[in-house]
Write a protein that binds this ligand. Structure first.
Ligand code: NI
Ligand code: MN
Length: 227
Protein backbone atom coordinates (compact mmCIF):
# COMPACT_ATOMS: atom_id res chain seq x y z
CA UNK A 1 0.00 0.00 0.00
CA UNK A 2 1.43 3.36 -0.98
CA UNK A 3 1.54 6.47 1.17
CA UNK A 4 1.05 9.83 -0.54
CA UNK A 5 2.68 12.79 1.17
CA UNK A 6 1.95 16.42 0.33
CA UNK A 7 3.80 19.33 1.93
CA UNK A 8 1.62 22.46 2.21
CA UNK A 9 4.56 24.57 3.40
CA UNK A 10 5.76 25.17 6.98
CA UNK A 11 4.77 22.12 9.11
CA UNK A 12 1.48 21.48 7.30
CA UNK A 13 1.28 18.03 5.74
CA UNK A 14 -1.20 15.88 3.94
CA UNK A 15 -0.86 12.10 4.25
CA UNK A 16 -2.98 9.62 2.34
CA UNK A 17 -2.83 6.25 4.03
CA UNK A 18 -5.00 3.32 3.02
CA UNK A 19 -7.61 5.65 1.52
CA UNK A 20 -7.76 7.89 4.59
CA UNK A 21 -6.78 11.54 4.32
CA UNK A 22 -4.79 12.86 7.24
CA UNK A 23 -3.80 16.50 7.62
CA UNK A 24 -1.11 17.48 10.10
CA UNK A 25 -0.83 21.01 11.54
CA UNK A 26 -3.03 22.68 8.88
CA UNK A 27 -1.60 26.20 8.93
CA UNK A 28 -2.96 27.31 5.56
CA UNK A 29 -4.76 30.68 5.38
CA UNK A 30 -2.01 32.67 7.14
CA UNK A 31 0.82 30.51 5.80
CA UNK A 32 2.87 32.60 3.33
CA UNK A 33 4.10 29.39 1.69
CA UNK A 34 0.74 27.63 1.24
CA UNK A 35 -0.42 27.00 -2.32
CA UNK A 36 -4.05 26.12 -1.56
CA UNK A 37 -6.97 27.55 0.38
CA UNK A 38 -8.26 26.04 3.62
CA UNK A 39 -11.59 25.33 1.82
CA UNK A 40 -9.68 23.05 -0.56
CA UNK A 41 -8.20 20.87 2.18
CA UNK A 42 -9.77 17.41 2.36
CA UNK A 43 -9.48 15.56 5.65
CA UNK A 44 -10.74 12.50 7.50
CA UNK A 45 -8.33 13.12 10.39
CA UNK A 46 -6.53 16.27 11.55
CA UNK A 47 -3.46 15.80 13.74
CA UNK A 48 -2.18 18.73 15.82
CA UNK A 49 1.31 18.60 17.35
CA UNK A 50 0.94 21.62 19.67
CA UNK A 51 -1.02 24.78 20.36
CA UNK A 52 0.97 27.41 18.48
CA UNK A 53 -0.89 29.37 15.80
CA UNK A 54 1.36 28.05 13.03
CA UNK A 55 0.20 24.49 13.83
CA UNK A 56 -3.43 24.85 14.98
CA UNK A 57 -3.90 27.06 11.91
CA UNK A 58 -7.23 26.40 10.19
CA UNK A 59 -7.92 23.16 12.07
CA UNK A 60 -11.19 24.35 13.63
CA UNK A 61 -12.72 25.47 10.32
CA UNK A 62 -11.49 22.45 8.37
CA UNK A 63 -12.80 20.09 11.07
CA UNK A 64 -16.23 21.78 11.11
CA UNK A 65 -16.51 21.71 7.30
CA UNK A 66 -15.27 18.16 6.76
CA UNK A 67 -16.34 16.46 9.99
CA UNK A 68 -12.76 15.18 10.32
CA UNK A 69 -11.69 13.84 13.70
CA UNK A 70 -9.13 16.09 15.41
CA UNK A 71 -6.46 14.10 17.23
CA UNK A 72 -4.07 15.82 19.59
CA UNK A 73 -3.00 15.84 23.22
CA UNK A 74 -5.71 15.93 25.88
CA UNK A 75 -5.54 19.70 26.47
CA UNK A 76 -5.80 20.65 22.79
CA UNK A 77 -8.57 18.11 22.16
CA UNK A 78 -10.56 19.73 24.99
CA UNK A 79 -9.89 23.20 23.56
CA UNK A 80 -11.10 21.99 20.13
CA UNK A 81 -14.36 20.81 21.71
CA UNK A 82 -14.81 24.27 23.24
CA UNK A 83 -14.39 25.77 19.74
CA UNK A 84 -17.34 23.64 18.62
CA UNK A 85 -15.44 20.76 17.01
CA UNK A 86 -17.63 17.72 17.63
CA UNK A 87 -15.27 14.95 16.62
CA UNK A 88 -12.13 14.95 18.75
CA UNK A 89 -9.82 12.34 20.20
CA UNK A 90 -7.37 13.16 22.98
CA UNK A 91 -4.24 11.10 23.62
CA UNK A 92 -1.04 11.88 25.41
CA UNK A 93 2.69 11.31 25.36
CA UNK A 94 3.59 7.63 25.28
CA UNK A 95 0.03 6.64 24.50
CA UNK A 96 -0.89 4.80 21.32
CA UNK A 97 -4.36 4.24 19.93
CA UNK A 98 -5.68 2.23 17.03
CA UNK A 99 -7.38 4.45 14.45
CA UNK A 100 -8.84 3.40 11.08
CA UNK A 101 -5.62 4.48 9.27
CA UNK A 102 -3.31 2.61 11.68
CA UNK A 103 -1.88 3.12 15.14
CA UNK A 104 -0.95 6.59 16.33
CA UNK A 105 1.42 7.17 19.22
CA UNK A 106 2.24 10.52 20.77
CA UNK A 107 5.92 11.22 21.45
CA UNK A 108 7.65 13.96 23.44
CA UNK A 109 8.85 17.21 21.88
CA UNK A 110 10.88 19.95 23.54
CA UNK A 111 8.93 23.10 22.77
CA UNK A 112 5.97 25.22 23.99
CA UNK A 113 2.28 24.75 23.29
CA UNK A 114 0.27 27.89 24.19
CA UNK A 115 -2.95 28.07 22.18
CA UNK A 116 -3.83 31.19 20.13
CA UNK A 117 -6.21 32.52 22.84
CA UNK A 118 -3.63 32.00 25.60
CA UNK A 119 -5.05 28.69 26.86
CA UNK A 120 -2.46 26.18 28.04
CA UNK A 121 -2.08 23.61 25.27
CA UNK A 122 -0.37 21.01 27.46
CA UNK A 123 2.92 19.48 26.35
CA UNK A 124 3.85 19.59 22.66
CA UNK A 125 4.09 16.25 20.91
CA UNK A 126 5.34 14.37 17.90
CA UNK A 127 3.54 11.48 16.20
CA UNK A 128 4.51 7.97 15.19
CA UNK A 129 2.06 6.42 12.76
CA UNK A 130 2.21 2.68 12.18
CA UNK A 131 0.18 1.76 9.12
CA UNK A 132 -1.85 -1.45 8.80
CA UNK A 133 1.01 -2.96 6.80
CA UNK A 134 3.50 -1.96 9.52
CA UNK A 135 5.18 1.04 7.88
CA UNK A 136 6.32 3.68 10.34
CA UNK A 137 6.17 7.43 9.88
CA UNK A 138 7.65 9.72 12.53
CA UNK A 139 6.59 13.36 12.63
CA UNK A 140 9.06 14.77 15.14
CA UNK A 141 7.09 17.98 15.70
CA UNK A 142 8.51 21.37 16.70
CA UNK A 143 11.39 20.41 18.95
CA UNK A 144 14.98 20.89 19.90
CA UNK A 145 17.40 17.99 19.68
CA UNK A 146 17.11 15.34 22.38
CA UNK A 147 18.92 12.03 22.67
CA UNK A 148 15.77 9.93 23.17
CA UNK A 149 15.16 10.29 19.44
CA UNK A 150 17.50 7.32 19.13
CA UNK A 151 14.96 5.12 20.97
CA UNK A 152 12.76 5.30 17.89
CA UNK A 153 15.51 4.07 15.56
CA UNK A 154 14.88 0.51 16.76
CA UNK A 155 11.30 0.72 15.45
CA UNK A 156 12.63 0.95 11.91
CA UNK A 157 11.27 4.34 10.87
CA UNK A 158 10.64 4.48 7.14
CA UNK A 159 9.94 8.19 6.87
CA UNK A 160 10.68 11.05 9.26
CA UNK A 161 9.66 14.70 9.08
CA UNK A 162 12.13 16.98 10.88
CA UNK A 163 12.18 20.76 11.36
CA UNK A 164 15.32 22.47 10.07
CA UNK A 165 14.37 26.15 10.31
CA UNK A 166 16.35 27.06 13.46
CA UNK A 167 15.33 29.88 15.85
CA UNK A 168 12.07 28.19 17.02
CA UNK A 169 13.13 24.56 16.47
CA UNK A 170 16.18 22.53 15.56
CA UNK A 171 18.34 24.11 12.91
CA UNK A 172 20.17 22.23 10.16
CA UNK A 173 23.04 21.00 12.38
CA UNK A 174 20.84 19.56 15.10
CA UNK A 175 18.37 18.23 12.53
CA UNK A 176 21.29 16.40 10.89
CA UNK A 177 22.12 14.84 14.26
CA UNK A 178 18.44 14.00 14.75
CA UNK A 179 18.48 12.11 11.45
CA UNK A 180 21.57 10.21 12.59
CA UNK A 181 19.72 9.24 15.80
CA UNK A 182 16.40 8.30 14.16
CA UNK A 183 18.08 6.60 11.17
CA UNK A 184 15.00 6.61 8.90
CA UNK A 185 15.03 5.37 5.31
CA UNK A 186 13.60 8.68 4.08
CA UNK A 187 13.47 12.16 5.58
CA UNK A 188 11.59 15.30 4.61
CA UNK A 189 12.71 18.66 6.07
CA UNK A 190 9.91 21.01 7.18
CA UNK A 191 9.39 24.20 9.25
CA UNK A 192 11.72 26.38 7.15
CA UNK A 193 11.49 29.16 4.51
CA UNK A 194 8.06 30.24 5.79
CA UNK A 195 9.57 33.53 6.92
CA UNK A 196 13.03 35.09 6.49
CA UNK A 197 13.81 34.24 10.14
CA UNK A 198 13.74 30.51 9.38
CA UNK A 199 15.18 30.60 5.85
CA UNK A 200 17.45 27.59 5.21
CA UNK A 201 19.24 25.90 2.32
CA UNK A 202 17.33 22.61 2.36
CA UNK A 203 19.14 21.27 -0.72
CA UNK A 204 22.54 21.63 0.97
CA UNK A 205 21.14 19.93 4.07
CA UNK A 206 19.70 17.11 1.96
CA UNK A 207 23.07 16.53 0.28
CA UNK A 208 24.74 16.04 3.67
CA UNK A 209 21.95 13.78 4.91
CA UNK A 210 22.08 11.63 1.77
CA UNK A 211 25.69 10.78 2.66
CA UNK A 212 24.37 9.13 5.84
CA UNK A 213 22.51 6.69 3.60
CA UNK A 214 19.20 8.38 4.37
CA UNK A 215 17.23 9.58 1.37
CA UNK A 216 16.27 13.22 1.88
CA UNK A 217 13.40 14.64 -0.19
CA UNK A 218 13.15 18.40 -0.53
CA UNK A 219 9.59 19.21 -1.55
CA UNK A 220 8.21 22.49 -2.82
CA UNK A 221 5.05 23.71 -1.09
CA UNK A 222 2.14 21.92 -2.75
CA UNK A 223 4.39 19.13 -4.04
CA UNK A 224 3.61 15.46 -3.37
CA UNK A 225 5.69 12.33 -3.01
CA UNK A 226 4.46 8.75 -3.01
CA UNK A 227 6.35 6.10 -1.10
NI1 NI B 1 5.64 25.97 17.77
MN1 MN C 1 6.09 26.09 14.74
Amino acid sequence: MSIKITWFGHAALGLEIDGYKLVVDPYISENPAATLKPEEVEADFILITHGHFDHVGDAVNIAKRTGAMVISNFEISQWMEKQGVANVHGQHIGGAHDHPFGTLKLTPALHGSGLPDGTNGGNPVGFIITTRDNRKIYIVGDTGLFSDLKLYASLGIELAFVPIGDNYTMGPEDAYTAVELINPKHVIPIHYNTWELIAQDAEAWAERVNKLGVQAHVLKPGESLTL
